[in-house]
Ligand binder design. Structure first.
Ligand code: ZN
Ligand code: ZN
Length: 249
């Protein structure tokens, strides 16, 4: 299918009843930033195509049980190498933009929301009444005037909502006098939201594995926080798990 030459009004496309995935599916992989004129959408498009190219079909149970395969490792390496280009915005034809890392982080939040959605049946007030990673790490929910104990699913939902609000009101605030502040807010968001991975890994491993297998979301998030020094290596899952880490991490 030919790439459209002029920029369409994307909101028009929504009104015509086409979903974002359908639009992405229809566009060729080489579609450039100029077509979207929107960083968020462009990043989501690049990730969509990357997943399609390297990981499609990985949800398949047979492959899921075959984590050790060389083929899988090669695919993941290739995927991560290409993801590096997205992280830096390099070679993507995106105009110089100091907000680029924040757009990346915000698009990761959207995907974490999707991960949390996969837990609807397994993570409830009854199964997970407190937010914890492994048993020794429990967290109070900071999305309230006074931090309080929310059950895990509420904690994750509240933290995602608060994080998105922080992005809209503080990180992306052009009036912010101190650019370091935006970075601090982004780092804080990254640290808090990372606890979702901790909870899902230690308490809903099957869901974690399936999602990771299909998207490499955790691996991408780690690459992102390492690149920007948003988190200490000792707070990442690999360090928490120790030498017995499974090879899909
Ligand atoms: Zn849970
Ligand atoms: Zn809460």
């Amino acid at each position: 299918m030919e790439q459209p030459t002029s920029t369409p009004d994307i909101s028009d496309i929504w009104y015509q009843g086409i979903t974002q995935d359908e639009l992405f599916e229809h566009l060729p992989e080489e579609t450039e930033y100029n077509y979207f004129q929107n960083e968020q959408l462009f990043i989501e498009f690049k990730i969509f195509k990357l997943i399609q190219k390297h990981l499609r079909g990985e949800q398949n149970t047979r492959i899921m049980n075959n984590y050790q395969s060389k083929d899988r490792e090669q695919k993941c390496d290739l995927f991560m190498r290409e993801y590096d280009d997205i992280l830096s915005g390099k070679s993507l034809g995106v105009p110089e933009n100091k907000y680029w890392p924040y757009f990346i982080l915000r698009s990761l939040l959207v995907e974490i929301q999707q991960l949390v959605c996969t837990l609807s049946k397994v993570c409830t007030n009854e199964t997970c009444p407190i937010m914890k990673a492994a048993a020794q790490w429990t967290f109070l929910c900071a999305s309230h005037t006074k931090p309080q104990q929310c059950c895990a699913i509420d904690y994750m939902t509240h933290t995602l909502d608060t994080s998105i609000t922080i992005f809209n009101t503080r990180v992306f605030n052009p009036a912010e006098a101190n650019p370091n502040k935006a970075q601090q807010h982004a780092a804080q968001v990254a640290r808090r939201i990372y606890r979702v991975f901790g909870h899902v890994y230690f308490n809903h491993e099957q869901q974690f594995k399936a999602f990771e297998n299909a998207t490499l979301l955790h691996r991408r998030f780690e690459a992102f926080v390492k690149k920007h020094n948003y988190m200490e290596a000792s707070n990442l899952l690999k360090a928490m798990i120790g030498p017995n880490e499974p090879n899909y991490l």
